[in-house]
Write a protein that binds this ligand. Structure first.
Ligand code: 5GP
Length: 218
């Protein structure tokens, strides 16, 4: 009894833990698909091309941008990142909500293009946890770590633009919160065109049953 699929825009400062939450959602919910972004940044040792990102040269990226292939793109921490229109379309055409793990600039572009989007901002519980997560990646140099931390300040100020803010204090807890948001959003009446045939059928049956029991009075 759900409405149509919608984009889920999830943002967080780098190291906020959103990618892990997104991964858990993908594993545990059949109604959510992931939009694999394009980026000009170099792959980390554990990342796979076409799975974590489509890793492109700057030239390849700019060619896609000039052909209008991106629903949104932005420069983040000195590299370009973009969401392919085809990535959004493919997931939604399959009837699944599409998870976009994108920065605050991209989020603004997507919500303008898809007003039905659900926006969620993930906040790390403390500076210590944020720094520890970034250092734990081992792929950040002193320089990129400092850049990501200074960008985190700017990104945190954007949290109030999002419909939901979830503190990622503990992974399972944060996952449950995001899961509950998606359940509630899927059931929202405004998302169902004129209530949707299934719901109308259930209500009609209830009304018939009640009328039979107590007559037509209100
Ligand atoms: P990372 O380099 O840590 O994978 O990602 C850096 C930042 O870029 C994160 O905030 C991430 O959400 C964002 N990002 C990843 N893919 C996209 C995208 O397609 N578009 C935009 N605008 N940001 C993205």
């Amino acid at each position: 009894m759900s409405g149509g699929p919608f984009p889920i825009v999830m943002s967080a400062p780098s190291g906020g833990g959103k990618t892990t939450i997104a991964r858990l959602l993908m594993e545990r919910r059949k109604d959510v698909g992931y939009s694999v972004s394009c980026t000009t940044r170099a792959p980390r040792p554990t990342e796979r091309d076409g799975v974590d990102y489509h890793f492109l040269t700057r030239q390849e990226f700019d060619a896609k941008a000039s052909h209008g292939e991106f629903a949104e793109w932005a420069e983040v921490h000195g590299n370009r990142y973009g969401t392919l229109r085809s990535a959004i379309r493919d997931v939604m055409d399959a009837g699944r909500h599409v998870m976009l793990d994108i920065d605050v600039q991209g989020a603004r572009q997507v919500t303008a293009a898809f007003p039905e989007s659900v926006t969620i901002f993930i906040v790390p519980p403390s500076v210590e946890v944020l720094v520890a997560r970034l250092q734990g990646r081992k792929s950040e140099s002193e320089e990129t770590l400092a850049l990501r931390l200074s960008n985190a300040r700017v990104e945190l100020l954007e949290a109030e633009r999002y419909q939901y803010v979830v503190v990622n204090d503990e992974l399972e807890h944060a996952f449950r919160s995001v899961n509950a948001i998606l359940d509630a959003e899927s059931l929202k009446r405004e998302r169902k065109p004129a209530l949707g045939g299934e719901v109308v059928g259930v209500i009609a049956q209830l009304l018939d049953g009640l009328t039979a029991k107590v007559g037509g009075r209100r």
